[in-house]
Design a protein. Structure first.
Length: 47
């Protein structure tokens, strides 16, 4: 089972992002922030 190095690297990067976002979601849920606060924070973060 040999894959091109680029494909493996891309998959690892996507997995890392997915894990990171999942942790963020769990963290926000535990903090008890509402979806409205989340969207505001996301808007500020993007901007």
């Amino acid at each position: 089972m040999s894959e091109p190095r680029g494909t493996a690297a891309g998959r690892r990067g996507r997995g890392r992002i997915r894990v990171y976002s999942a942790r963020l979601i769990v963290f926000y849920r535990q903090s008890g922030l509402s979806t409205r606060t989340l969207s505001i924070l996301a808007g500020v973060h993007v901007a």
